[in-house]
Design a protein. Structure first.
Length: 123
């Protein structure tokens, strides 16, 4: 359940997430309730684990699995927008990944990066 808490004034904003209810969110301004909800959140946060660990880069190429997947998509002819849709990422994120790939390969263009990646056997 998503939660936003505030200290001044004490408040808690909760999104129940139940699709069959008409309530989109609940704003609780009662200081006791808001502190209790924040306390529950904090106690669970201390023992929580991340939903997704950042994968380690490949020891040979230095590329993350996401970078490798993007490189394969680009090599197969997909553009940035199509790759972003397939990866479930934003176009900005894919453009940043492409810039990182070009830097990693010391390439001036995406075409040159593709040629260098193919030479190294990455695609």
């Amino acid at each position: 359940m998503p939660l936003i808490t505030g200290d001044r004034p004490p408040a808690a904003l909760l999104w129940p997430g139940a699709p069959d209810t008409s309530a989109q969110a609940v704003l609780a301004r009662d200081p006791v309730f808001a502190r209790a909800v924040a306390g529950i959140f904090e106690s669970h946060w201390d023992i929580a684990t991340p939903l997704q660990q950042t994968p380690a880069p490949d020891p040979v190429t230095g590329l993350t699995p996401a970078d490798q997947a993007l490189l394969i998509m680009l090599a197969s002819g997909l553009g940035g927008e199509a790759a972003a849709r397939r990866l479930g990422s934003s176009l900005t994120t894919v453009r940043r990944q492409i810039a990182n790939l070009k830097d990693t390969l010391h390439a001036d263009s995406l075409f040159q990066a593709g040629c260098l990646a193919a030479k190294r056997g990455w695609v």
